[in-house]
Design a protein around this ligand. Sequence first.
Ligand code: PXL
Length: 278
Amino acid sequence: MKRIVTIQDISCVGKCSLTVALPIISAMGVETAVVPTAVLSTHTQFTGFTFHDLTDEIQKISDHWKNEGIGFDAIYTGYLGSFEQIDLVKKFFDDYKTDNNVIVVDPAMADNGVLYAGFTQEFADKMSEVCAKADVIVPNLTEASFMLHEPYAGDDYDEEYIKGLLKKLTELGAKKAVLTGMSFKEDEIGIMGYDSEEDRYFSYYNEKLPINFHGTGDVFASTVVGAMMNGFSLEESLKVAVDYTLECMKLTVANENHRFYGVDFESAIPYLVRRIGK
Ligand code: PXL
């Protein structure tokens, strides 16, 4: 069985970060080790959330695993809470990267043109150092714009502009860059990516619903990692992730009692498992 490690916070209520990555990747038949970087009562879109920093644990956990001879088929990072955590994650990559594993970075720090609570342009610059070490990065347009010091284009962009951003993202150092939430037709949304080693662009779109939910980026990135660990190519994995994220959103809309803070990814897990042929 493949084993991955994901490094991000645990928001105890919120349907994001570890409470999404752990169930989704596990459901895909992949052992999912975790490095919790902080414990929050909820994600930061709530007011009054508590925050307990676990930065001091990161190196200790990593050192113990080294002693045990533990390795990973993928290293997947999401929301990170501080500059120091970013330095520790970069070191973790140096310690655990091999010729046979893959580093996937979701620079989860912003959406809809704004940074999440507590983050600054300097933090976005620091996050691009994590992206530089990745095989695959999956920012949304807001995150990419902050990392590249580009004005946020909102809905006002075309393919040429996105291709330019993708190329610049790989120039930060990542081998492959994927922009999520890309929409060039009113009724379609999906991804556009660039493979710098093959100098090739790719894209995939599915139905666009007239609604946005929090946490879909984490559902998406977790699914990409899980599908790759099931032997899917990156492009096939991105398709699975777009389709599953849409399925989660559809089931959320259909549930009139859905939570306001995240999607019903749990209800769509049977779809995901069927989709990857498990
Ligand atoms: O979904 C990304 C995310 C992860 N973790 C925390 C967050 C957010 C987004 O707001 O606040 C703590």
